[in-house]
Design a protein around this ligand. Structure first.
Ligand code: HEC
Length: 459
């Protein structure tokens, strides 16, 4: 049985960008079993009808304040690891109304699926399979919803690892051998099978306490909104606002579609790609003419959604000889459209597609590129994860990184360095600061609730 939460892939955005300029307020305090204020509790007000959720964190005095809520009925709940309290349902809010709700939390249990990847790194037993999971599986997702939330028997684990190898063949086909797969399945069964080696709660493990990292009070000042994706098999990889106020979302993995979100109502509409088999749609962005360009990482294609027909046309890029179907033989990653309508995409390798001629113009000197963006002079900036990104920097926090001026673009700081390409000359910019973690929150540093919250800060 899969837990419902797995179906609810979520997106978030900084609240100040949200289109709600007025509205109701819910505020109050969060206290622990001893009556002391609880700092850093996630307070969620979810609109019962639209399912749109507004999140804030409680401050060092336990105060929280959710503002600018559209009128409607809400379910307000508090999430903090190791403590629990029942949600308050049926909270009806009219426009501009202020409601006070206080929460008194009881002692609860820390669950395995609330740990961060950092904590798993510290607490999972050392074996070769652990290393494999960290380097080959966590490229795409963590263990919280997909591994630690489900109990499977030995066959069940093998079956799911095999499913991943088939579904994500472009990535795992050449990275995970049959023997690796057996070792990974055996290890996962040991951790999260019927006879798990782990105690019920990670708090019972020696060394757990040292894995709980502190966070600054400043980190609790963030507020954001989450939208539920409209179905299973979703992995929303990013969210790009278009001129008309809608937001475009690529569904990675076997989802094979892009989704248009109306951030005012929470409504979403899917548009399938024609590709058969896994497309792994990685990026989707609206062009000035209203069309939407997307990348398919698994099938090495670009796609264009037509605003009139609302259908997607695909364009196949070429593979290196003998490396067909492999990510490193050819794959499209992040897409951006320049002012001349040229479609740039990162991946293996960086390429520029001309929609008029239908030709891909590859840049072999940028053989493996991750993210991509333009600066104001339309230099193209990208990162090269293969050589410049350091494995030690791969924590949850990276997914939450925020724009830094020195790095040239909101997206190019994922690896700590960026390369720019201008008139086909390569130059290196090593100025990207290591301290791009503007929100040194619990998400960055090892939280619990963090695992279930959005992959994307939409800025
Ligand atoms: C290229 C990206 C990618 C890689 C690499 C990857 N996964 Fe996944 N994984 C996904 C996606 C996407 C889903 C969601 C599929 C779905 O729910 O339809 C998923 C789902 C899962 C699930 C849940 C399946 C289910 O039926 O509930 C498990 C378990 C899993 N992955 C394990 C692994 C393991 C173990 C590895 C490493 C050997 C791995 N994954 C590597 C993308 C990836």
């Amino acid at each position: 049985m899969r837990s419902e939460s797995k179906y609810l892939a979520l997106l978030g955005l900084a609240l100040y960008l949200a289109p709600f300029c007025y509205g109701a307020t819910v505020s109050g305090t969060v206290k622990g079993p001893n009556g002391a204020p609880v700092e850093g509790a996630f307070v969620q007000a979810q609109n019962t009808k639209t399912k749109v959720s507004f999140f804030v964190l409680s401050d060092h005095e336990g105060h929280y304040r959710v503002e600018k809520l559209p009128a409607g009925e809400y379910r307000v709940q508090v999430k903090v690891s190791g403590l629990r309290v029942d949600p308050k349902s049926g909270v009806a809010l009219t426009a501009d109304q202020s409601v006070a709700l206080d929460f008194a939390l009881e002692t609860g249990m820390v669950r395995w699926n609330e740990l961060s990847i950092y904590q798993a790194k510290k607490l999972w037993p050392e074996e070769k399979a652990k290393q494999q999971i960290f380097t080959k599986c966590f490229i795409c997702h963590g263990f919280q919803t997909r591994m630690a939330s489900v109990k499977r028997d030995a066959d069940g684990w093998l079956d799911r690892v095999q499913f991943m190898r088939d579904a994500m063949h472009f990535s795992l086909g050449y990275r995970v051998t049959d023997q690796d797969a057996t070792e990974i399945a055996t290890y996962l069964h040991k951790l999260y099978g019927e006879d798990s080696v782990f105690p019920k709660s990670p708090t019972e493990l020696p060394g757990y306490k040292e894995t709980v990292r502190p966070f600054s009070s400043e980190a609790t000042s963030i507020a954001y909104v989450e939208y539920d994706m409209p179905g299973p098999s979703r992995m929303p990889f990013s969210a790009a606002p278009a001129k008309d106020g809608s937001v475009w979302i690529p569904n990675f993995g076997i989802g094979n579609k892009i989704t248009r979100l109306n951030p005012k109502t929470g409504e979403m509409q899917d548009f399938p790609v024609p590709n058969e088999g896994t497309a792994a749609v990685h990026s989707a962005i609206a062009a000035p003419d209203g069309s939407v360009w997307l990348t398919e990482q698994a099938s090495d294609k670009l796609g264009r959604w037509d605003p009139i027909t609302q259908k997607i046309t695909e364009y196949q890029d070429k593979y290196a000889a003998g490396m067909e179907g492999r990510e490193d033989g050819g794959s499209r990653h992040t897409v951006r459209i320049d002012s001349k309508g040229m479609v740039w995409s990162s991946g293996y390798p960086l390429t520029r597609f001309d929609p008029e001629t239908g030709k891909f113009n590859d840049f072999p000197e940028a053989a493996h590129t991750y993210s991509l963006d333009f600066d104001k002079d339309e230099n193209v900036w990208f990162t090269n994860p293969g050589t410049l990104r350091q494995p030690s920097t791969r924590t949850n926090a990276e997914l939450w990184s925020t724009p830094t001026a020195q790095c040239g673009s909101a997206n190019s700081k994922r690896g700590r360095s960026a390369i720019s390409i201008r008139r086909r000359k390569l130059s290196m910019n090593m100025n990207c600061p290591a301290d791009w973690m503007r929100f040194p929150t619990r998400w960055a540093s090892g939280s619990t609730t963090a695992s279930g919250i959005p992959r994307t800060i939409w800025m």
